[in-house]
Design a protein around this ligand. Structure first.
Ligand code: AAT
Length: 274
């Protein structure tokens, strides 16, 4: 019997029983592809669960849709990280989208996802999608005022994504947005990764005028409680705009009720970031 444990802190973890395990080495990180009993195929980078077939819809829907719904006419979208393709798949559900750029540092993640996670990666070959195998931090140096929505689908702030949770990077994100542009970033677990969470949200607040944090329940991420932070300088993200577009998305988690109460946070979570 094989078991795998992700150490979510030094003293606690998520453990799953595994039918089969494959290991790939990239220049940046150790990649594991586990076939699990409870969660289907699971992608693990440097020991941390990135996505599983069973619960990926929650994370990818909640990262992509709120910002794309709030934006009046999202046409050009950038996803940084997210080489598995789940976020790109959700982005392409929006009729207005003309162009999706995916900037993933590790080409091996894309390759493994295309081969072993077809239900997640299946839109990566869509004609609207252009893939850049580059560091997101460098990628943004050359892009100014181009995107309507930028989605940060990044691994934890240790390893290759570290600099992409800092103020200087959020400033580059802001410069790469068009007027009226919106950012959403995954901002870690408020419960088990409190310091990562606080620091990511507070750094985003240093750079953008309107900032709102929301949560989703993601069983295979630390504590099952996950956060996302949306930001914009010139769009009022707290208004429930364009609700009529939600129904057409064919989602399994995100819905109009969640949209209306998006930024309602448990008291201890709002206290961490105010
Ligand atoms: N879609 C859910 C999966 C992820 S994957 C995060 C991706 O970010 C990884 O494929 C990793 O290679 C990529 N990445 C890391 N650093 C960079 C960088 N500097 N530039 C571009 N891409 C990068 C998100 C998991 C959430 C965390 C769960 N604990």
């Amino acid at each position: 019997m094989i078991w795998f444990t992700e150490y979510q802190t030094k003293n606690t973890g998520l453990t799953v029983r595994v039918k089969e395990a494959k290991r790939f080495n990239s220049q940046y990180q150790e990649i594991l592809l586990l076939d699990t009993y409870e969660y289907g195929k699971m992608l693990v980078l440097d020991g941390a669960v990135q996505t599983t077939e069973r619960d990926e819809f929650i994370y990818h829907e909640m990262l992509a849709h709120p910002a794309l719904i709030k934006h009046p006419n999202p046409e050009r979208i950038l996803v940084i990280g997210g080489g598995d393709g789940g976020t790109v798949r959700e982005v392409l559900k929006h009729q207005s989208v003309k162009e999706v750029h995916l900037c993933e540092i590790d080409g091996e993640v894309i390759k493994v996802s295309k081969e072993y996670l077809p239900t997640i990666s299946n839109m990566l070959d869509n004609e609207k999608v252009k893939i850049f195998v580059e560091d997101g931090n460098k990628f943004l140096d050359e892009r100014k005022g181009y995107y309507d929505v930028i989605l940060l689908d990044l691994s934890d702030p240790v390893g290759p994504a570290e600099a992409l949770f800092r103020r200087a990077f959020y400033q580059k994100v802001k410069n790469a947005l068009k007027e009226g542009g919106i950012l959403t970033a995954q901002t870690e677990s408020p419960f088990l990764q409190t310091e990562y969470f606080k620091s990511a949200v507070l750094e985003i607040k240093e750079v953008f005028k309107n900032v709102g944090t929301y949560l989703a329940f993601i069983p295979t991420y630390p504590a099952g409680m996950w956060s996302f932070t949306m930001a914009s300088d010139d769009i009022d993200i707290f208004e429930n705009s364009n609700m009529e577009r939600i129904d057409k998305l064919n989602t399994k988690y995100f819905c109009d009720k969640i949209y209306i109460s998006l930024f309602s946070l448990p008291k201890f979570v709002s206290e961490l970031i105010t």
